[in-house]
Design a protein. Structure first.
Length: 173
């Protein structure tokens, strides 16, 4: 995402409400770098974060173009490790494929999506977030996506686990 697009995003009402006091840095993909990374083996240990807002942006294919320090901190990756990688590097295997199909269908149609997501850290631990994903549009054209995530509440997680577990079981049949 170019600096002019970031400036437009930062001047939007949505940005002002959600991210005005958040530190960001732009990530430019390394030329010729692979956009995939081996995911760690998940371990059954939760990483809890109580404060802060995770923010990232991707291109139309889900390749990370923008991240804030909190995203790096919570996910356990450095800025260089995230450069040009697919955002699904933080996808936990407990997440049903149907959930991400819904996300993509929604945001590719120009709508915003919100929901609870279980993510995978580099060290194999997991963390839960309440995610809000919005298309980034420039002159009426979707050019990427931005996600803002806060810690999911205990109630949100408890309500979501059985739904996701059921979906994953159905998908594995």
């Amino acid at each position: 995402m170019g600096l002019s697009k970031i400036a437009k995003l930062q001047n939007s009402k949505f940005y002002q409400k959600k991210f005005a006091n958040t530190a960001f840095f732009l990530i430019k993909p390394n030329k010729g770098a692979k956009n995939t990374m081996n995911r760690p083996n998940p371990i059954d240990e939760e990483y809890v974060f109580e404060k802060g807002l995770i923010v990232s942006s991707t291109d139309l294919k889900g390749i990370i173009t923008y991240a804030n320090r909190k995203f790096c901190e919570i996910a356990g990756y450095t800025k260089d490790e995230l450069k040009g990688k697919n955002h699904n590097i933080v996808r936990h295997p407990d997440m049903p494929k149907a959930a991400f199909q819904e996300v993509w269908d929604t945001i590719q149609s120009g709508k915003e999506w919100t929901g609870i997501v279980k993510n995978l850290r580099k060290d194999g631990r997991y963390y839960w977030v309440y995610s809000h994903i919005s298309p980034i549009t420039v002159e009426g054209e979707i050019v990427g996506y931005t996600a803002a995530r806060r810690p999911a509440s205990t109630t949100e997680v408890e309500e979501t686990i059985p739904i996701y577990k059921d979906l994953v079981e159905k998908e594995s049949k």
